[in-house]
Design a binder for this molecule. Structure first.
Ligand code: NAD
Ligand code: UDP
Length: 332
């Protein structure tokens, strides 16, 4: 099961027919988009979710595919009985991810990334499945090194308001590596940088859905602090492409994935007001404690072994995401 040459190039399969992919968190924004990608490649997809932050409408989209099977369950309590079921790939994508969830769901976040991840790793061990853990740029904390490479070990406050998420993801990475080194489980780790797009919750709390929905309603855009902190925004289809490349890489150590296109939050707010032709103004609210000041991925590691390049510009990504939010506002 172990990989001999991490520098070997990614080899993408042209089809996934006959393969089964288990997606934990399938009702969520990124995981439902990943699930649909693998269904379109011909795989059978088994989705798991407890709907803590996911939505039933995302599962309705996936239910239209005959190769999709769904189990409602809380993965840190227990997994369904998969005895006799062949599983080739396990994608560990279940976790609340918005800073507004950190206040409300801190223990659920810690449990899903520790006990939940362990249940999925045990299943991967039993089935001989390849396992992919969705970690985050948050493992770098408020980084002292910019931009961030995978060998930067981070600057995380272990007792701050973001600690439940940052430390749980660091633990999930450590456990994933331990299952690889102790049991030879064929693991991969991705560190996802800020990703946005259709299927996010309108009230998700993260900056892009907030700004788009505020601009659409003519409400003030809520910039936290002076807005000079930066983020690098990736459109969801580019992220899915990056996940696919890492899954078929030959390296167990973490890969940054995202888009290095970096914006100040203030510029993102101004851009969204202009692009949507909105009359909204900008207001400044208090900056949350430990809010990272700068964030941009170095993608050299993935790009050295694959053809991965983000394809969707911020302009196009915002237009597609705004269209999605307009459509769901009209339905409600
Ligand atoms: P999301 O909240 O839309 O999706 C997460 C899904 O996991 C939800 O459907 C939720 O209901 C489900 N879930 C949570 N706890 C569960 C449990 N105990 N049992 C079963 N299901 C559970 O969030 P997302 O943005 O799509 O994030 C998906 C993954 O990617 C997460 O692991 C997140 O930490 C990671 N990530 C996302 C980003 C981003 O910018 N979107 C950045 C870094 C990391
Ligand atoms: N932010 C903001 N207004 C909002 C939501 C977020 O100014 O309505 C800022 C937040 O303080 C952070 C950045 O936008 O600096 C990205 O926040 P988000 O919650 O999307 O994700 P984070 O990268 O902080 O996890």
């Amino acid at each position: 099961m172990s990989i001999s040459d991490p520098s070997k190039r990614v080899e993408l399969p042209s089809s996934m027919e006959g393969k089964t992919v288990l997606v934990a968190g399938a009702a969520g924004f990124v995981p439902s988009t990943v699930s649909e990608f693998y269904l379109n490649l011909g795989a059978k997809v088994i989705g798991l979710d407890n709907f803590v932050t996911g939505s039933r409408s995302n599962i309705e989209i996936l239910n239209k595919y005959e190769n999709f099977e769904f189990h409602e369950c809380n993965i840190y309590e227990s997994l369904p009985d998969f005895s006799g079921v062949k599983i080739d790939y396990i994608l560990s994508l279940a976790s609340p991810a918005s800073p507004i969830d950190f206040k409300v769901l801190p223990l659920e976040i810690m449990r899903v990334n520790s006990e939940g991840t362990m249940h999925l790793l045990e299943l991967a061990k039993d089935k001989g499945a390849r396992f992919l853990e969705a970690s985050t740029s948050e493992v770098y904390g408020d980084p002292e090194i910019h931009p961030q490479r995978e060998d930067y070990v981070g600057h995380v406050n272990p007792i701050g308001p973001r600690a439940c998420y940052d430390e749980a993801k660091r633990f999930a990475e450590a456990m994933t590596m331990s299952y690889h080194t102790k049991y030879g489980v064929d693991t991969r780790i991705i560190r996802i940088f800020n990703t946005y797009g259709p299927r996010m919750r309108p009230n998700d709390g993260r900056v892009i859905p907030n700004f788009i929905n505020q601009a659409m309603k003519g409400e003030d855009l809520t910039v936290y602090g002076d807005g000079l902190q930066t983020r690098s925004f990736c459109y969801v289809t580019d992220l899915v492409n990056a996940i696919h490349n890492v899954l078929f890489s030959h390296d167990h150590t973490p890969f940054n994935i995202g888009n290095p296109d970096e914006y100040t939050i203030l510029d993102a707010a101004k851009y969204i007001i202009e692009a949507l032709g909105s009359t909204s103004k900008i207001v400044h609210l208090e900056l949350p404690k430990d809010d990272p000041k700068r964030r941009r991925p170095v993608l050299d590691k993935l790009q050295a072994v694959s053809d991965y390049r983000p394809q969707v510009s911020f302009k196009d990504g915002i237009a597609k995401t705004a269209l999605y939010f307009k459509e769901i506002a009209q339905k409600n």
